[in-house]
Design a protein around this ligand. Sequence first.
Ligand SMILES: CC(=O)N[C@H]1[C@@H](OP(=O)(O)O)O[C@H](CO)[C@@H](O)[C@@H]1O
Ligand SMILES: [Mg+2]
Length: 559
Amino acid sequence: MNDEQQSLLLSSSSRFSPPQGVKLSYGTAGFRADASLLPSTVYRVGILAALRSLKTGSIIGLMITASHNKVSDNGVKIADPNGGMLSQHWEPFADALANAPSPQHLLLLINEFVAKEGILMDGVSQAEVLLGRDTRPSGDALFEAARQGVTSVVGAVATDMGILTTPQLHWMVRARNKGMQVSEQDYFEQLSSSFRYLEDLIPAEKSKFDGLNNKVIVDGSNGVGGVKLKVLGSLLNALVIEVRNSSEDGGVLNDGVGADYVQKEKVAPHGFGSKDAGIRCASLDGDADRLVYFIVPPESSGRIDLVDGDKILSLFAVFIREQLSFLNENEGIKNSHQARLGVVQTAYANGASTNYLKQLGLEVNFTPTGVKYLHEKAAEFDIGIYFEANGHGTVLFSESFVGWLEARTKEISSGSNGSEGKKAALRLLAVSKLINQAVGDALSGLLLVEVILQYMGWSIHRWNELYHDLPSRQLKVKVADRNAVITANAETVVVSPPGLQEAINAETGKYHQGRCFVRPSGTEDVVRVYAEASTQEAADTLANSVAKLVDQFLGLGSS
Ligand SMILES: CC(=O)N[C@H]1[C@@H](OP(=O)(O)O)O[C@H](CO)[C@@H](O)[C@@H]1O
Ligand SMILES: [Mg+2]
């Protein structure tokens, strides 16, 4: 690193002192904390993003958001060149940078790291980072910190993409690196045109929207997603999207609203009630990368029927499996290719969903919590569908399978006779354009759910009846050191502290259809307990007894 570069880094970093007495960690989804603690972290992540861009020779993304967390929090994460999460290999460097106590330490770390990674900081190589932020009031100041971080690397440019959903930014990074157009208008255009195309491919004999079924009401969590969804909705024809709790309505972000609240509490968000009984309702989280549906009952008990990420995954799996079977049956299609379809879940997936998917004959895989793990696994298949129960997920198509579909659909247009097999190829290709290939995206997920329901002629009730969720309960336990819990087998088994798993097994064995696991959260200072059983009461009791075990083994008094 030359002198000019050194002094630039030293002078800019002296403007951003790290908070005292706080240890920051990149965690499951980037850095998150109270926004007042974050300027130095966001500035340093700006440097990291510029280095990542130099290293990969590609465009990198930096998103400022704390998703479903409270409005006074904020956070920052990186999108890699393919639009996915930052390579896990760089996370320790991110942690070290964020926690460096002084500008001199920071410089030392950067020097060491660029030498180890062979990054050329010669002031000649070009780097570019696309910056996005959600609607949080702290976003503007943190954006400025990120911009200063990026531009303190000589040759690096920070491009302001404005206020965006997290998945929009990831989509733009991916598209830019493929040499495509990446304005927000391009994003809306790609989603809405593939949606309309899929609508046009619905067979005439299948029931279309019947006037009752053409509306979905969406809770925007008072965040960025609602506003964007209004724009997207205006580009559609038959489907009516009514947005409530949009950030323009004056409500507080994620306060009594949003996908996380609806999924965890199983109650209707603010602004929804018995007047909405029978209508399809959906909820986005604060940065619109999670989506759940729900049904409001006619009486105003507040309780809802939750149609969660597992059920969205199941709907996608049923549809895609059907299209693949049309493809395989179709003799007109040359070089018939047996596409490998895989689904990926975590231990939080409701056991009833896993049984259902296995009964369909699908390969079900499990990974630890966190989309970076699910995404990586799903990418091993021709078509990989992954979802967390909380509504984060997408459908990935391998490049080779998309290439194969493109070749088939070209054959089709030359000798078109409209067989189901041919239409299936066209449909799958349109799905690969509709559903975000970079990351889980509530807006593209919502459009895919809507068009599949149209295609199937299903109401939300019919969809919800695919299987019945086993009653479940999630609890959080505060412990002295959550990292003392070490798990294996996709977090289903505790290997340390010794004896805890045996105690959990003994408790779980008392319950019909009992299943229970504990793991340290990657985003909160707690150990999470999840329990399932044949009745709600049993699931509650099992969760409570295991929470007590966790407390006995690791509680605040046991350090
Ligand atoms: C049980 C649960 O919902 N866990 C969430 C939560 O992770 P934890 O590591 O459990 O805190 O936040 C993650 C990031 O948003 C999300 O990927 C994950 O599913
Ligand atoms: Mg989110």
